[in-house]
Design a protein around this ligand. Structure first.
Ligand SMILES: Cc1cc2nc3c(=O)[nH]c(=O)nc-3n(C[C@H](O)[C@H](O)[C@H](O)COP(=O)(O)OP(=O)(O)OC[C@H]3O[C@@H](n4cnc5c(N)ncnc54)[C@H](O)[C@@H]3O)c2cc1C
Ligand SMILES: Cc1cc2nc3c(=O)[nH]c(=O)nc-3n(C[C@H](O)[C@H](O)[C@H](O)COP(=O)(O)O)c2cc1C
Length: 538
């Protein structure tokens, strides 16, 4: 691509030029018949006025043509390759960064994908950068981006020769929507970097926003005819088994769920995530159909797929009793909103023969179960199909088996840690220390027998279980960490990686504070930079 003209002149300037040309044409037209100072016929008043009008028409045409083209503020020479830089907590930004780079490569451009933490000011200088950045916690950067925030964003920078764009991933249900993507965009702008186009904010993987980004990438690479990126389709897995793990608990029910892959096998690794397409309870759908005298077998189309109304309703938010519902079934179908997907840490390995989840049944204030957990723990019957797709989550993939591993979690956070423990057992890696927190020892020994067996076999070198409601001094995992500070330092000195899985509220910040107290903020930053401090918290 050649360095092209800049289209960032102000609209006021453009209007003034147009007005001046129009006035000139009008004035020249009126001159006709009076004494004209030039002898050249070409410059007779009517001819000159015609030229001015033609210029004005061309100018208007240019404005209209400009309106049709995307607002590319600057395009740059084709020599410097594209750097696609991701900041991702649970893998989606990484996936989109890879798709972005692939789209550029498909269009014959050179593009490479980079972890934001591997980027410094030198790498940004004169580069063409496409940032794909998600937000986690409460408006926080992803864990692995903290090094970049502290090292790079905190220092003075001259980025005037950097061209960039930002795809900000987030969810508008959080108060600080796309906070990190916005912060990154602002920092780049403030330091003189030149936006290639306006930041694209993506609310909960909104396909329209993703198409918008894809369109810009197409324009930048000169290839706009690439197929839309679509979210990978769900596969139909089968609910094979379900077992309550904490009968009598004062907390919410925690269920062990086993799912069978459609083709018998599927591939994933410890740390990966299962995205579930929830359904409404069949009884709720039947009640809705009866209440509105609708025929559930009538076929409708959704996303290019034919399906009976009953099935369509099972995948959609059912209007509440108080809501106005269109009388006409077709209008009802058009107004239906698909249920959102839900994410669950995978708690097993393919070698187990099925995909395991550990799901807490969420209950709303009115006692009805949550959308995703209700479907998995209550409504789906054994043998039912479950819509599922696996998402790779490299941020939480395993450390080397030669490294010691400290696994810290609470409640259903045991899911992600369990997959890791299974992988460690399979790899013969025995230097594992699990710190696990729940409420009561009597009822909340989630997968207790399995953990005991691992401890007895020596696969778990150390196991600290902490119960917050049993009146002990160490109530939470962070208390257990502080009480074992010397041991923790020893393990980290020996190269241990720290993996945290579970509650974002309470546990994750508490553990982070305890680790900072024990190891110091500098060492924590270094551990995060080296990929030795990883979290899967929600
Ligand atoms: C990367 C990732 C991994 C996850 N892994 C697991 C896992 O292994 N096991 C698991 O059980 N869940 C896990 N979750 C959470 C899960 O995705 C759902 O958010 C959870 O099951 C609630 O969804 P729901 O549709 O059942 O409830 P909703 O219908 O969304 O909500 C029902 C009620 O529960 C409340 N609620 C929702 N989420 C929470 C929460 N986290 N804490 C407290 N109250 C809440 C809501 O405010 C509401 O009142 C994970 C989330 C992420 C992002
Ligand atoms: C624990 C958690 C916290 C989140 N916090 C925010 C937030 O504060 N603001 C926001 O806009 N999105 C937030 N999100 C939504 C994510 O940014 C969004 O799901 C994004 O697609 C995740 O991309 P990733 O997989 O690359 O991390 C949060 C998601 C999770 C799971």
């Amino acid at each position: 691509m050649k360095r092209s003209m800049r289209f960032d002149r102000s609209i006021i300037g453009q209007l003034l030029v147009g007005l001046a040309l129009a006035l000139l044409a009008w004035w020249l037209w009126r001159w006709q018949g009076r004494a004209w100072p030039t002898p050249t016929p070409l410059l007779q008043p009517r001819v000159a006025a015609g030229i001015a009008i033609a210029l004005y028409a061309a100018f208007c045409g240019w404005i209209a043509w400009r309106g049709r083209t995307p607002r590319i503020v600057a395009s740059v020479d084709g020599q410097s390759p594209w750097r696609v830089i991701y900041a991702s907590q649970t893998g989606f930004a990484l996936e989109l960064a890879e798709r972005t780079a692939q789209a550029l490569r498909d269009a014959g451009q050179s593009a490479s994908v980079h972890d934001i933490n591997a980027i410094d000011l030198q790498a940004l200088d004169g580069a063409r950068c496409l940032f794909v950045a998600s937000t986690t916690g409460e408006g926080d950067p992803p864990d692995h981006a903290m090094g970049f925030v502290k090292r790079v964003m905190a220092q003075p920078a001259d980025l005037r020769s950097t061209h960039y764009a930002v795809l900000a991933l987030g969810d508008s249900e959080y108060t600080q929507f796309c906070a990190f993507g916005r912060e990154l965009d602002e920092w780049l702008r403030q330091h003189g970097a030149q936006p290639l186009f306006d930041r694209v904010d993506v609310d909960n993987a909104d396909p329209a926003a993703l198409r918008h980004w894809q369109h810009h990438i197409g324009v930048l690479s000169g290839s706009t005819d690439q197929p839309d990126w679509t979210t990978p389709r769900y596969e139909r897995w089968t609910l094979r088994a379900r077992r309550l793990l904490n009968p009598g608990s004062v907390g919410g029910e925690a269920w062990h769920i086993e799912l069978q892959a459609p083709a018998g096998t599927a591939s994933w690794q410890a740390g990966d995530i299962a995205e579930i397409g929830p359904r409404n309870a069949a009884a709720d759908v039947a009640t809705f159909l009866a209440r509105h005298a609708l025929d559930g077998s009538r076929i409708f189309q959704r996303d290019g797929e034919d399906m009976p109304l009953a099935e369509l309703l099972s995948r959609s938010r059912l209007p509440a009793i108080a809501d106005a519902v269109p009388n006409d079934a077709r209008a009802l179908v058009a107004a239906l909103q698909a249920l959102p997907h839900r994410e669950y840490s995978i708690a097993s390995l393919p070698a187990d023969g099925s995909l395991h989840l550990l799901v807490r049944l969420m209950q709303r204030d009115d006692g009805t179960p949550g959308i995703g957990s209700g479907w998995l723990c209550r409504h789906a019957a054994i043998g039912d199909g479950i819509d599922l797709r696996i998402r790779s989550n490299p941020n939480f993939h395993a450390p080397s088996p030669t490294q010691p591993m400290i696994l810290i979690g609470n409640g259903t956070g045991l899911a992600g840690l369990r997959a890791h423990l299974k992988a460690r057992a399979a790899a013969g890696a025995h230097r594992n220390w699990l710190l696990f927190g729940e409420r009561n020892a009597a009822a909340d020994h989630l997968h207790g027998d399995e953990l005991d067996a691992w401890q007895h076999s020596g696969m778990l070198e150390r196991l600290d279980r902490v119960f917050s409601r049993d009146g002990h001094l160490q109530r939470y995992v962070q208390d257990a960490l502080l009480a074992n500070a010397d041991t923790l330092r020893n393990w980290v000195d020996q190269g241990a990686a720290i993996y945290v899985c579970g509650s974002l509220e309470g546990m994750a910040p508490g553990v982070d504070a305890a680790l900072n107290e024990i190891l110091g903020p500098q060492r924590m930053t270094a551990l995060a930079d080296a990929g030795r401090y990883r979290r899967d918290v929600y």
